[in-house]
Design a binder for this molecule. Structure first.
Ligand SMILES: [Zn+2]
Length: 462
């Protein structure tokens, strides 16, 4: 027996001591406003077979705005932990949270404990540590613990299954805005999602570690709700464009329905494909992605949003409108693909820097910004004039071609360095490469993003 095998056997023994093979979904309401937040227990449900690793139970990456752990109340030992983000976490930073209270339903998923455990939620503080915000004693024999697994009345199908769920990254694909007669199209779209994702690095090099299954959730009508375009419809998961009053941001607030549908198959990650042509989507770490499929940028949307959801990747783009912004001191972001630090000895991707690359790394930023400002102005005008979505698509395709040409023909185009401009800041924050799918509508992840994704793959498959 190798050392690694002995280690993993002892971890599995720990799993077996504390947990059964089922998943516990702890449901709660997360309520608050810009200055305070509260948590209230809802229920525990058996969410089907445990699909996560049985040997890597502790999340050492500690990504996300929130974090939870499951402890043995007797010894205080941490048995399971995971970082995550939430709709609440985004909402509380919006103007609405200054005037109103908000209420959001959320879930934590962990292996079903054999005895009582303490579940604690922590929230990211400004020093990048975590502060305790809620502790709940979970009694698996509680009268509001549904110990039986749900009756699965959904039609499901496998897209690619490569092994046992506890050794695989398990993704569930849900469809939103697909009518009954669209189910053939849903199959095709779900297949394309799987193909695109697994042909993008670093997923491609690890594709045997992925299993992707789909669940049918037919709607009465085709298409998704668009409050801003005055298109109103109800679909199975209640996903809607216009989240936080932002026209292209699509989210589903009906957590229970989305979770119940997802749990029809073993899953850790969720992709909600929207049967809609309007460019848009969203992706939240350890929650789900949404992505419009009937659009020229569907492949970009799949992969970009999945980067947020899977590895908590930050957006690397910034709006050129912030170009005049003061060069403020930025706190180091926790995400693995953006940094405020340009010291080659301590930068978070120091192990992958290209030799002989200056930090910060020179690039054609002025040229890029100038063009982006022009494009943005035009885009606002075109949106105002409500031009056809196809014309918008072509406009974005032109922008993409322009970006590709500029960003791939610079002295340090293929170097790993520190390129200024990332995470909505024109100055003071840096990305690892000239181009990335988190920066423009490029089709590849930069090296820092690839490394982050690989770390998450390991967390679910070892
Ligand atoms: Zn990147």
């Amino acid at each position: 027996m190798t050392l690694l095998a002995i280690f993993s056997t002892s971890c599995q023994a720990k799993y077996d001591k504390y947990f059964s093979n089922a998943t516990m979904r702890l449901d709660y309401n997360h309520i608050g406003n810009a200055s305070e937040e509260h948590f209230a227990f809802d229920q525990m449900v058996n969410d089907g077979q445990w699909a996560g690793s049985k040997t890597i139970l502790i999340d050492d990456l500690r990504l996300g705005k929130y974090f939870f752990d499951v402890k043995d109340p007797q010894t205080g030992e941490v048995l399971y932990s995971r970082g995550y983000s939430s709709i609440y976490g985004e909402w509380e930073t919006t103007p609405d949270a200054k005037d109103n209270w908000g209420s959001f339903h959320e879930s934590l998923r962990f292996p079903w404990p054999k005895q009582e455990v303490d579940v604690t939620i922590y929230k990211r503080n400004i020093k990048n540590g975590f502060d305790l915000v809620w502790t709940y004693n979970v009694n698996p024999n509680h009268h509001r613990a549904f110990r039986a697994s749900a009756d699965n009345h959904y039609n499901t199908f496998d897209l690619v299954v490569n092994g046992a769920p506890e050794k695989q990254v398990d993704i569930v694909v849900l469809g939103e805005g697909y009518a009954k007669e669209d189910m053939g199209k849903f199959r095709k779209d779900a297949n394309r999602f799987a193909e695109v994702l697994l042909s993008t690095e670093p997923f491609a090099s690890h594709k045997e570690k992925f299993s992707i299954r789909a669940v049918e959730t037919p709607a009465p009508h085709s298409g998704v709700n668009h409050p801003h375009q005055d298109i109103h419809t109800r679909s199975a998961l209640s996903v809607t464009y216009g989240a936080f009053n932002s026209e292209r941001y699509a989210l589903g607030y009906d957590n229970k329905t989305i979770r119940n549908a997802s749990a029809a198959v073993p899953y850790e990650f969720t992709a909600i494909l929207m049967n809609d042509s309007i460019y848009g989507g969203g992706g939240i770490y350890n929650l789900y992605i949404t992505a419009a499929v009937n659009n020229a940028f569907q492949e970009y949307l799949f992969v970009h949003e999945f980067g947020h959801h899977f590895a908590d990747l930050a957006d690397e783009y910034y709006t050129s409108a912030t170009a005049y912004e003061m060069d403020a001191q930025h706190l180091e972001p926790w995400e693995l693909n953006v940094t405020a630090n340009t010291d080659p000895e301590t930068i978070k991707w120091k192990d992958i820097l290209t030799a002989d690359t200056p930090l910060p790394t020179p690039w054609e930023k002025e040229k890029y910004d100038k063009h982006s400002i022009e494009v943005q102005k035009k885009r606002v005008e075109m949106r105002k004039a409500k031009v056809d979505e196809k014309i918008m698509e072509n406009f974005f395709l032109d922008k993409k071609a322009w970006d590709e040409k500029l960003l791939s023909n610079m002295r340090y185009s293929n170097h790993v360095g520190a390129f200024e401009g990332a995470q909505y800041k024109s100055k003071g924050l840096y990305r690892s490469a000239a181009n990335c799918i988190m920066f423009t509508r490029h089709d590849q992840f930069c090296p820092a993003c690839q490394r982050a994704i690989t770390l998450i793959i390991d967390q679910y498959t070892k």
